[in-house]
Write a protein that binds this ligand. Structure first.
Ligand code: 0X9
Ligand code: ZN
Length: 419
């Protein structure tokens, strides 16, 4: 009996990440704008999954399913796009990453066993416990808002941080994270900002000038699913009456905002990772972000949505590559943020690139948060693509989380001051 239990246990452990058997990832480096565009155009056909975005002369990392390996390599050879294998066996890589997370857990857990959300990749429960604790411990500056529930019924939690409970009409900085479930470095960047505004205040001027809304996990259903089931899940987890939606739940939150909705860089296929949803704002998680934007529409000066990977600061318009009337300010503040980050960064991290979303990332996409926010009048709106290190396995080793959250905070400080 004991033996059987052991066998079942071993089988269960190895069953994890099983859907990634046969997947490989490649590093690609387009050296002309044409190559970058051609790569972008192959995404739907070969169901390519760029986990680290390529840019001109900058390496990206792309996951390729078993059935497309040959076609993908043929395409790269034909177009003379520089490439090399990144991870031969993605399942093995994810198993390894689980071990790294366990090691980081042993290194960082405090004597009383407490887990801190920006010390490691943490479960939703750990992040929510932190949010709850901060709200309970600092009632004079922090208000917890949980008016909404996710599709699967989880509370959607964000913090309002202010010296006077938002009373004196200060401009607002609104930052969200975790809209793309698998981009695990994003929630720690937001929880660390909470820490720096509430627990360890070294820049008090930021609370003199601004009120803050910090929303670490905008897509908790997806985030939980990446921990329990599919590591590379990106979308929400919504379904409707249709069989198709049960087979392939969820929509891409960053294609679901009501801005040029479902016109470019999106898919009508529910199984696609860039499925735009059945209509604009079909996703309750996206409506919740919009509700914050609407409530404080006239006061939000800066909106930042945290994503990964790529070391990029992107601004509108991301559906067609044109510049907004506020492009000069967007670029100036963007540069201020990038310079501050690069100053703190590590030598083997890539430098940040700042610019229009389409031009920097190489593909157009409609229904994105940063464009929608700008379209309703928020002057400074950005997508951060936080750093990853392409040579080092697939995701960012948890040892680097502290580095990333610290340098990202420096960027936020510089941005708020420059604005
Ligand atoms: O494609 C996205 O949603 C973002 N990249 S990610 O790798 N995190 O998925 C980039 C969004 C760029 N912004 C606009 N298209 N406006
Ligand atoms: Zn993303």
């Amino acid at each position: 009996m004991k033996f059987l239990t052991l066998v079942l246990l071993v089988a269960a452990v190895n069953a994890k990440h099983e859907i990634y058997i046969g997947w490989k990832s490649y590093i690609v480096k387009p050296d002309s704008y044409e190559q970058l565009e051609k790569l972008g155009s192959k995404i739907p056909e070969l169901e390519l999954d760029f986990v680290s975005n390529a840019a001109l002369n900058r390496e990206g990392v792309v996951l390729v399913k078993p059935q497309y390996q040959a076609d993908f390599l043929d395409f790269l050879t034909k177009e003379k796009i520089s490439h090399r294998i990144h991870v031969e066996d993605l399942k093995a890589q994810f198993d390894l990453e689980d071990k790294e997370i366990e090691e980081q857990d042993r290194r960082t857990r405090s004597a009383n066993g407490a887990r801190i959300p920006y010390d490691n990749y943490q479960t939703l429960e750990v992040i929510y416990e932190y949010i709850d604790r901060i709200a309970a411990q600092y009632p004079e500056t922090v208000t917890l808002v949980e008016n909404w529930r996710s599709f699967e019924g989880r509370p959607l939690k964000y913090l309002k941080i202010s010296r006077d409970n938002f009373q004196s009409n200060k401009p607002i900085v609104f930052i969200d994270g975790g809209m793309h479930a698998r981009e695990w470095i994003s929630p720690p960047a937001v929880t660390y900002a909470i820490h720096k505004l509430v627990e360890n205040v070294t820049e008090p001027d930021l609370l003199d000038k601004y009120d803050w809304i910090l929303y670490p996990v905008a897509n908790p259903d997806g985030y939980a699913f990446t921990h329990t089931n599919t590591r590379m899940w990106r979308k929400t987890r919504s379904t409707d009456q249709s069989v198709a939606s049960r087979l392939c739940p969820g929509a891409d939150g960053n294609r679901n905002f009501n801005f040029a909705w479902n016109t470019v860089g999106t898919s009508n296929n529910r199984c696609s990772d860039i499925y735009a949803g059945s209509r604009a704002f079909s996703e309750v998680e996206v409506r919740a972000v919009d509700a914050i934007m609407q409530e404080y529409r006239d006061r939000i000066d800066i909106y930042i949505t945290m994503h990964s990977f790529g070391s990029m600061i992107l601004y509108p318009w991301g559906h067609d590559g044109t510049l907004s009337e506020n492009a000069f300010a967007l670029q100036r503040v963007g540069i201020a943020m990038a310079v501050a980050i690069d100053e703190l960064s590590l030598p083997h991290f890539p430098n940040y690139v700042v610019g229009n979303s389409v031009l920097v990332i190489g593909y157009a996409a409609s229904g994105a948060a940063e464009d929608y926010a700008h379209s309703i009048g928020i002057p400074l709106t950005y997508t951060y693509e936080l750093p990853g290190i392409s040579g080092q396995g697939f995701h960012l080793n948890p040892r680097y989380i502290h580095q990333v959250v610290r340098e990202t905070w420096a960027g936020l400080v510089a941005g708020a001051r420059a604005a």
